[in-house]
Design a protein around this ligand. Structure first.
Ligand code: TYD
Length: 204
């Protein structure tokens, strides 16, 4: 028995976090074991790497290597064992974020990121990716109300416009697993799309 691996993506301020918890609740109510986790992070070591990546100035390739190091530890210590026992894993960000942020946002070549993806994931990909999409300008307005910005949240609107375009490119390349959620509307409208995407798969 293999569980399902679901990832959540979008630019900072897209509002995905509350929907992840709500979807976990929705699935548990149907009798499924659900793990909620995040990247970078999800294991003690990967959470330490997260703190560095979000706070310490570093060059872009170092940043990419650290998120993939965290990812490897997370896969080995948390994601793969959970899937092996049949649990659903809901992960707040995964490798599409590396293509969007370190690739489209910071300018690293997609082919380089693809090599790390192959190496670290050994062919494993999410079964379903919910991409919370909205214009960079709207996301920026939502972020201003939030807490002190980290290294990514400090970036300008042009950076987030590139990250958004990076997600759009990933959706085109991985259309079978990618569902675009229009995240610009009110939370109830966004939630309806999230549930519709989960129900459409027929897995839960
Ligand atoms: P985020 O998931 O937005 O968490 P929070 O809601 O606590 O701010 O923060 C993680 C940040 O890490 C986000 O700005 C995107 C960035 N990130 C990358 O740049 N590359 C990656 O591969 C991943 C997983 C995240």
């Amino acid at each position: 028995m293999t569980g399902r691996f679901v990832t959540f993506e979008g630019i900072d301020g897209a509002g995905k976090s509350s929907h992840i918890e709500a979807l976990a609740h929705w699935m548990r109510a149907r009798g499924h074991e659900v793990i909620v986790t995040r990247e970078p992070g999800g294991t003690p070591l990967a959470e330490r790497l997260r703190e560095m990546v979000l706070a310490e100035p570093m060059d872009t390739l170092t940043e990419l290597l650290l998120v993939f190091a965290a990812r490897r530890d997370h896969l080995a210590g948390q994601i793969v064992p959970a899937l092996a026992r049949g649990a659903t894993v809901l992960c707040d960000r995964f490798t599409d974020a590396s293509f969007a942020y370190q690739g489209a946002g910071r300018g690293l070549a997609p082919a380089l990121i693809g090599h790390l993806e192959q190496w670290v994931q050994e062919g494993r990909q999410p079964d379903l990716t919910l991409w919370f999409d909205l214009p960079a300008q709207v996301a920026a307005q939502r972020r201003t109300a939030a807490r002190a910005p980290d290294r990514f949240e400090q970036q300008d609107e042009a950076f987030f416009a590139r990250v958004r375009a990076g997600y759009a490119a990933r959706q085109r390349e991985h259309a079978a697993r990618f569902v675009r959620i229009d995240a610009e509307g009110p939370p109830a409208a966004v939630w309806q799309q999230v549930v519709a995407a989960a129900e459409a798969r027929g897995w839960w």
